[in-house]
Ligand binder design. Structure first.
Ligand code: OAD
Length: 271
């Protein structure tokens, strides 16, 4: 930890952005299952689905209400969870560094928002489970899922009254969760593709937390940051490809986010 703190302090003395990139591991200690953990499976009828099969446009087209039921269940899990010390530490870092800070998150759980990370400097590159948008893309806007829609229990379907609320307020067509699916692509208006690349290219320090490095844009972020000469740090309970990169840069911390990040942030803000 001391080596990592020293590397972060040296990075801060240079010009450039301080960027945090988070994945599901940052919310694990809030009780939200990680994406590739065992709790992710979901049963529809007699069949068990892996998230990678359900989080697709193809599944939504075939069985939209089953996919909505899965999201409304997960939305309930996220809303019942509370931000943990790692989310709080990131929000604190934002307040202290403001003009030179940005948060790029793969998490759709809204916990960074609820911990106080401001929308202006928080970029949810995989969407937000509290929001919906037009399934026909009649407009790019997204809207909060109406409060009247409850969290569903496992196996519960949305009733007719609630289905009637899951409509696009503009064209009246069906709404869909505002989440990037596996058979879809990143873009700027919905998923901050260009913004994330620009921020990474301007970074002096990149702290990666709790991701297994399985998705494309996070790889671009780490690669562009490395190319810009940024110091890269990784916090994860397991070895992972970003940790290997960090080991040749600012260092990798093998431990939980909620335990280790507050200490690192405390050292950074007192530099
Ligand atoms: P994963 O579930 O793939 O990985 C979670 C990572 O967090 C693993 O590397 C764990 O070792 C680590 N981890 C678990 N608990 C931790 C803790 N307490 N502290 C620190 N690290 C911990 O989740 P992601 O990498 O976020 O995208 O998955 C990336 C994306 O894959 C998701 O956003 C989702 C999926 O495709 C979309 O839905 C578009």
């Amino acid at each position: 930890m001391d080596d990592v703190i020293a590397a972060c302090q040296a990075a801060l003395s240079r010009k450039g952005q301080v960027v945090v990139l988070t994945g599901a591991g940052v919310s694990a200690e809030s009780g939200i299952p990680t994406f590739r953990g065992k709790e992710g499976y979901w049963t529809i009828g007699a069949r068990e689905y892996h998230p990678q099969e359900l989080a697709t446009w193809e599944a939504f087209e075939r069985m939209p209400w089953d996919v909505w039921a899965w999201y409304l269940y997960r939305r309930g899990v996220c809303r019942a969870a509370q931000p943990n010390a790692a989310h709080d530490a990131i929000a604190l870092l934002d307040r202290k560094l403001e003009g030179r800070f940005a948060l790029i998150t793969q998490n759709v759980d809204g916990l960074h928002r609820r911990a106080g990370s401001p929308i202006a400097r928080t970029f949810p590159i995989h969407g937000d489970i509290d929001y919906m948008r037009c399934a026909n893309d009649c407009v790019l806007d997204r809207w909060p899922i109406p409060e009247a829609i409850p969290a569903l229990a496992r196996g519960e379907a949305a009733g007719e009254a609630h289905r009637a609320l899951l409509r696009c307020p503009r064209c009246g067509g069906m709404a869909r969760p505002h989440v990037l699916w596996f058979d879809e692509s990143y873009d700027e208006p919905r998923f901050f593709l260009d913004t994330a690349r620009r921020i990474a290219s301007a970074s002096a320090l990149l702290v990666v937390i709790g991701t297994s490095a399985q998705t494309n844009l996070p790889w671009q972020v780490v690669t562009l940051a490395a190319r810009a000469g940024a110091t890269i740090v990784d916090i994860n309970i397991e070895p992972n490809p970003f940790g290997e990169i960090a080991e040749t840069s600012g260092g990798a911390i093998r431990g939980t986010a909620a335990t280790n990040l507050p200490r690192l942030v405390d050292a950074i803000i007192h530099t």
